[in-house]
Design a protein around this ligand. Structure first.
Ligand code: PLP
Length: 394
């Protein structure tokens, strides 16, 4: 009676949500401070004061009907212009508001773009480890998701594996840097190589291959790490941006798509984004939060807290004998499991009240994701449990 694939999707929670729900039950049983929940990527750092100030200012001074009313389907023109201008200042691009489409977060940005470019039997490449929802976002296009294994250990792009996977059906490639779940940031050298590789393949197959950059973690980088802006390196790029993590606003659902000005048949590309947004019902992102973004365009939440967490966790776990990928960005530590089976390892971790996510569904068995966007005290309190877990395997 109902669409079977969607009934199925609605009944199975993602593995991350399963663990998160288990954590909530466990906290109710034994107390929240006794459970070390590293499962979900929900920022614990509050949004900056400027967000609250902007909301108050808008409520007090902005026309109430306009504030809560519909904007244009693709977003308010002044907001889109402000995003374009800010991006141009940062990356020397030539965007205008007409290259921007406001969305309710990266999930919507990705679903819109994937549905705009993918058709039945097309192939879309993702690099392991990758965000498992990509498969869900593209499911109704009938296109195939193709996993390409990244370089062992570094989790940078492996061009031999990529070359073996690309063929005439390849229509799109998704990159996510800083990466969930590895924390890896692709180097500029690798990204230039990717751009040149895709240029060659476009020529060879005689059709565009779209690069879709999934960027909720762009601002979450530590030390001097740089995240190259792909519109500067590759013409057929769609940027899927979100303020969920950068401004700690995941529940407010706000982000945007930037379509490269040099995109093949740009007008049709932007129209396809608008049409896809319309078909999916993603028109007019939150009117109030669009205006909040306009006021807080250059702000982020306090990223130094994540850096402190990263340093603490990485150092402590490596000293205990865990093999960890060094994360230059995002707020995840990717840890090799003791023993082959990440599910078995995570079950064992639960005995110490440590909630970790097995990375099998990210396409990388033998690893777990430790989400460190938590209070620093939770990490400090959890260290004896991590130590006991490691000792269990000696
Ligand atoms: N892409 C990646 C890699 C993510 O980690 C997430 C959320 O955790 C999303 C997309 C979705 O982000 P949003 O909350 O902006 O929809």
């Amino acid at each position: 009676m109902y669409t079977e694939s969607l009934v199925k999707l609605g009944k199975v929670r993602s593995e991350i949500r399963e663990i998160f729900e288990y954590g909530n039950q466990r906290k109710a049983q034994i107390g929240a401070d006794k459970v070390f929940d590293f499962s979900i990527g929900n920022p614990s750092v509050p949004a900056p004061q400027s967000v609250d100030d902007a909301i108050i200012d808008l409520v007090e001074h902005f026309d109430s009907v306009a504030l809560h009313g519909y904007t244009s389907a693709q977003g308010d023109a002044a907001v889109r212009n402000a995003i374009a201008e800010y991006t141009n200042q940062r990356f020397h691009t030539t965007l205008t508001g007409n290259h921007i489409y406001m969305t309710c977060g990266a999930a919507a940005s990705l679903t819109i773009v994937l549905n705009a470019v993918l058709q039945k039997d097309d192939e879309c490449i993702v690099f392991t480890p990758y965000f498992p929802e990509y498969g869900v976002f593209m499911e109704r296009t009938g296109a195939k998701l193709v996993e390409v294994q990244s370089e062992q250990g570094t989790f940078q792009i492996d061009f031999q594996n990529l070359d073996a996977a690309v063929n005439e059906k390849t229509k799109a490639v998704i990159i996510n840097s800083p990466n969930n779940p590895s924390g890896v940031v692709y180097t500029e050298e690798k990204l230039k190589q990717l751009a040149a590789f895709l240029e060659d393949k476009q020529k060879a197959y005689g059709h565009p291959i779209f690069l879709i950059t999934d960027e909720p973690y762009r601002e979450l980088v530590y030390d001097d790490t740089k995240v190259p802006y792909m519109i500067c390196l590759y013409d057929n790029t769609f940027v899927c941006y979100s303020y969920s993590k950068a401004l700690s606003l995941p529940g407010e659902r706000i982000g945007y798509i930037a379509v490269s000005p040099k995109m093949t048949q740009f007008e049709d590309a932007y129209a396809a984004v608008c049409g896809s947004g319309r078909a999916l019902g993603y028109v007019c992102a939150s009117s109030m939060y669009q205006r909040v973004i306009e006021k807080c365009i250059a702000d982020t939440s306090d990223i130094s807290i994540y850096k402190r967490n990263r340093d603490l966790l990485y150092q402590a776990l490596t000293e205990m004998g865990y093999e960890c990928v060094y994360p230059d960005g995002a707020f995840y530590l990717f840890v090799r499991t003791f023993g082959q089976d990440a599910h078995v390892f995570c079950e064992k971790a639960k005995e110490y009240e440590l909630l970790l996510v097995p990375a099998d569904s990210f396409g990388t068995p033998g690893y777990v994701r430790v989400s460190y966007c938590v209070q620093t005290k939770q990490i400090e309190d959890a260290l004896p449990a991590f130590r006991a877990l490691a000792e269990n395997y000696r």
